[in-house]
Design a protein around this ligand. Structure first.
Ligand code: NPQ
Ligand code: MG
Length: 372
């Protein structure tokens, strides 16, 4: 396949409700999209980076810059490309995994559409639908939190994840556990808000029968998570720390994570995400699919990934209406707590280009090969 052009779009998506985590409040999601034009057709990829560098060092401005200055020129300079070859071609650029992942997803979409195969088939999906959980932000009050959780339970979500931070942890967890009953799947995500000084406090979460605690400490400190895992009975699960298969294997070997959150954008692409899944299955470590407030484009790919056999826990693969009144694709609708895995070629849905245009935050940028 020959790459002819790369388009970068930035779309502003209003959220149906603001989403607060330990790193801040989101009221709108700015989503960077990549469209590749090839001699065999087009493909779309969604970048998970946020507006600001607060979940990770990547953000849309940096992603747009590194694609324009390095990643797109490199791919456009190749005689031919394959999705499997994108990672190697871009390896000389250190980091910038979310930017690379978006490009790889777009090339993979073009390639699998041309071949007539779905992402599920490419990744090795073994299920036709996936069980879904929902991530619930920090709320203004316990009452407001319980109201929101009730809505998600009524909608059919199979697992609740509460965002926590110092000052918003034991009380909301106790209240939601009391609301849901002992058997419901409940877990928490701290997004790096604690330190090793909080171990005795975090141990008090052991009373609530949580599925896991996600990323309590700073992403570079895998060792601190190993200390915590030995000190509490709640399973520790890494998110931000896991940026590659090598890091995942190391964190598992060191006892820092007994469950792994897989997000393709964070690890540099869906193909690396599949490799992490495989490494975890080999080691008997359960995995689940994380979420980054994706539009239907990224959501479809996540649902295909979550259909692999090692994804034994419900993911943050929520329905479109958890975040958006109008999605960039046909919406994903929860059916009996599940989302269906698309079966049509590529990521499997048509992009509503009228909305991409209408909600554009700036003019799309088109990159083509320049001869010297
Ligand atoms: C997590 N996601 O698991 C992330 C955090 C997160 C669904 O909890 C813009 C970009 C907003 C990235 C909000 C969920 C975001 C974001 C939250 C990531 O840690
Ligand atoms: Mg997380």
């Amino acid at each position: 396949m020959r790459l002819d052009a790369v388009e970068v779009h930035l779309v502003g998506m209003p959220l149906v409700r603001s989403f607060e985590t330990s790193f801040g409040v989101q009221t709108e999601r700015a989503v960077l999209l990549v469209r590749v034009l090839t001699d065999e057709g087009e493909g779309w990829g969604e970048c998970v980076a946020g507006t600001d560098p607060v979940y990770s060092s990547e953000y849309v401005g940096a992603v747009a810059g590194v694609i324009r200055d390095y990643l797109a020129p490199t791919l456009l300079g190749l005689e031919s490309i394959t999705a499997a070859g994108v990672d190697g071609a871009l390896r000389y650029v250190v980091g910038h995994r979310m930017a690379k992942a978006a490009l790889e997803a777009a090339v993979l979409d073009a390639e699998s559409r041309a071949a007539g195969v779905s992402f599920g088939a490419v990744f090795g999906a073994t299920r036709t639908s996936v069980e879904c959980g929902v991530s619930v932000g920090i709320a203004p009050s316990i009452d407001a939190l319980l109201d929101e959780v009730c809505g998600y339970v009524d909608a059919g979500y199979r697992r609740i994840k509460l965002k926590i931070k110092p000052g918003w942890d034991l009380e909301p967890v106790a209240a939601v556990r009391a609301l849901l009953g002992a058997d419901a799947l409940l877990q928490v995500d701290a997004n790096t808000a604690y330190t090793l000084a909080d171990v005795d406090h975090l141990r008090r979460l052991d009373d609530f029968g949580l599925v896991l605690i996600e990323q309590p400490f700073v992403e570079e400190d895998v060792a601190a998570h190993a200390v915590l895992a030995r000190a509490i009975s709640t399973p520790v699960c890494l998110d931000e720390s896991i940026v590659s298969t090598a890091v995942a294997v190391d964190a598992i070997d060191r006892g820092a994570t007994s469950i792994v959150n897989i997000k393709a954008g964070r690890v540099g692409g869906y193909l690396e995400a599949v490799r992490i899944h495989d490494a975890c299955v080999e080691r008997g470590v359960p995995v689940w699919c994380g979420g980054m407030l994706e539009t239907g484009i990224g959501r479809a790919a996540n649902v295909a990934l979550a259909a692999l056999p090692g994804f034994t826990l419900p993911g943050d693969t929520s329905a479109s209406d958890r975040y958006y009144a109008d999605d960039l694709t046909e919406p994903f609708v929860l059916r009996d707590g599940h989302l269906d895995v698309p079966t049509t070629p590529g990521f499997g849905l048509e992009v509503r280009t009228d909305l991409v245009r209408a909600w554009a935050l700036r003019e799309p940028e088109t990159l083509v090969h320049r001869r010297h």
